[in-house]
Every structure is written in C-alpha cells, then in structure tokens.
Write a protein that binds this ligand. Sequence first.
Ligand code: TQI
Ligand code: ZN
Ligand code: ZN
Length: 169
Amino acid sequence: HYSFFPGSPVWPVGRRDLTYAFQPENELTNEVKTVFARAFLRWSQVTPLTFTEIQTFSAADLKIGFFVGDHGDGEPFDGVLGTLAHAFSPTAGRFHLDGDENWVVGGDISTSSVASAVDLESVAVHEIGHLLGLGHSSVEDSIMFPTIASRTRKVELANDDVLGIQRLY
Ligand code: TQI
Ligand code: ZN
Ligand code: ZN
C-alpha cells in the first residue's frame, strides 16, 4: 500500500503547474532530458499537475542535477550502486542523481553487459513520486516500492501509485 511523508505535504492548490530545470553545469543531452520529460508525463496523466521545463534553474520549482560524492546537502552519494538518487518531499523540489552510476538512457537494460547498469527513467519516475509527496509502498509491483531488481526497467505506474497520488491531488 502507498504512503505519504509525515504530515502529508503536497504542492498546494495554486502551485500545480510546476516548472523544472536541469543544473546547467551538467550539460545534459536532449536524449537525457527527454527521459525526464517522459517520466513527468506519466504522473501528469493521472493528476491535475503539469510539468514544464524552463531554462532558469533558480526559478524552477523542481531542480534536477547529477552530483558525485559529497555535494553539500548532508546526503553524500556513494559511488556505483548503493544510493542511486534522492528527492525531497514537497515543496523542497530538489532531485539529485548519483553521477557515478552507469545510467542507461536508451536501449534494453536487461541485456546490458554492465552489471551495475541502472535505468534512468525507472529511477526518475520513482523520485518524482517523492517530489510530489509519495513515500514508499509495500506493493512490490508499484513504482514506489523501495527496491528494484538489478538491470530492471519499471516505468509504468501501478494501481497503487495512481491511488496514492490521486488521494494527494
Ligand atoms: N534512494 C532512496 C529512494 O529514493 C532514498 C530514500 C530512502 C528516500 N528513503 C527514502 C527518499 C524515503 C524519500 C523518502 O528510495 S535510492 C530506488 C528503488 C533509490 C531506490 O537510490 O535507494 C529507486 C532510488 F526503488 F529502485 F530501489 C530510486 Cl527506483
Ligand atoms: Zn543531494
Ligand atoms: Zn524511494
């Protein structure tokens, strides 16, 4: 079953057309940015929320960046595997990914020869759930289940994810 953060924080009415931006120093390719756009779309399809990329990082509601090791927020990344990414509850909007992971952006991760490959879209869909106010779920098929099998792609919202987000929004 789905869960919320303590106190069930959400993006308030009046802040439901959300903007996002990428840390400019990361210089991400359009292919990578498209993965995030697809991940946002999955949540916008089942909520009244919209997500629009803007170029002014400081002005964005949701701030996305790849970082390595200690990056100044008290939750350092740890190299390959372990922590892959973290995102904070509403309305913090910070979404950080571990730049040391072997991120898979396109192609079939199940046939990747890299044992530590991690599917970027799967992690993005999960972390956006956190950004919007979902905690972890006990339903194994759900996006918000706290573990994912290695070299697995899981990007489709389960019923449990939809029920949870529609209770919040
Ligand atoms: N990062 C953890 C996560 O996002 C960080 C975390 C632990 C957390 N407890 C939390 C974030 C409570 C918010 C609230 O769950 S992770 C997965 C999964 C991670 C793990 O790097 O371990 C995914 C990130 F589910 F696959 F294990 C993304 Cl999809
Ligand atoms: Zn961080
Ligand atoms: Zn999580």
